[in-house]
Design a protein. Structure first.
Length: 201
């Protein structure tokens, strides 16, 4: 997989802060130092899921939290990994309020995103990248009601190969946040947290 350090660098400070609070400054410093190099290795060793894959950010995001866990020798409790993810997402909460889906502009932006996915996920790419995300679209892409379902996730397969299956519910099932756009007038937020089973894409 093509290396990109964006997510690790974006959340590095937050992860280190959580680890410092829980395990102390020395542990946090040593773990994050090792995790930096390990993250690059994990990304480069991951299966090729295709250049320009619009779902690649999901795996880059997940591996940013897998790296410190492995770098620590699994001394970080999974619930602490979850806390690292929760607080990292909260740090970029502004992102969830950038688009108001109740406006024509917001709907157009969402439609463009869906069309981008539809354009990329062709039968040819499915054959070329059999280990990539498999996305099924529900509804017509040119209508407002179109959405997608992920029916094959390379993050799960990679976690299993790395021997960190215990993190799969966190990094693949998405049990770490409650996304809510404050601009939505008909807000009905679905909880994504420990002991919940909701997954929103």
């Amino acid at each position: 997989m093509k290396y990109n350090s964006f997510y690790f660098q974006l959340f590095r400070g937050t992860m280190k802060k959580v680890l410092t609070e829980r395990y102390g400054q020395d542990f946090a410093r040593d773990t994050m130092k090792k995790a930096c190099n390990l993250y690059k290795k994990l990304v480069l060793d991951a299966d090729d899921i295709g250049a320009g894959n619009p779902m690649a950010y999901n795996e880059l995001f997940a591996l940013a939290f897998v790296a410190p866990y492995i770098a620590s020798g699994k001394r970080i409790a999974p619930e602490i990994v979850q806390e690292m993810m929760r607080r990292s997402l909260y740090r970029v909460k502004f992102y969830f309020s950038m688009v108001d889906l109740n406006t024509p502009q917001g709907k157009l932006s969402n439609q463009k995103s869906i069309l981008k996915y539809v354009k990329w996920y062709t039968p040819e790419r499915e054959r070329r990248y059999p280990n990539s995300f498999k996305v099924d679209f529900v509804g017509k892409p040119y209508e407002e009601a179109c959405y997608y379902r992920i029916t094959r996730c390379p993050i799960c397969a990679y976690c299993k190969r790395l021997g960190v299956e215990e993190l799969m519910p966190l990094v693949a099932a998405g049990k770490v946040a409650i996304p809510a756009n404050r601009l939505h007038k008909c807000l009905d937020p679905e909880g994504i947290g420990s002991m919940l089973c909701t997954k929103i894409n």
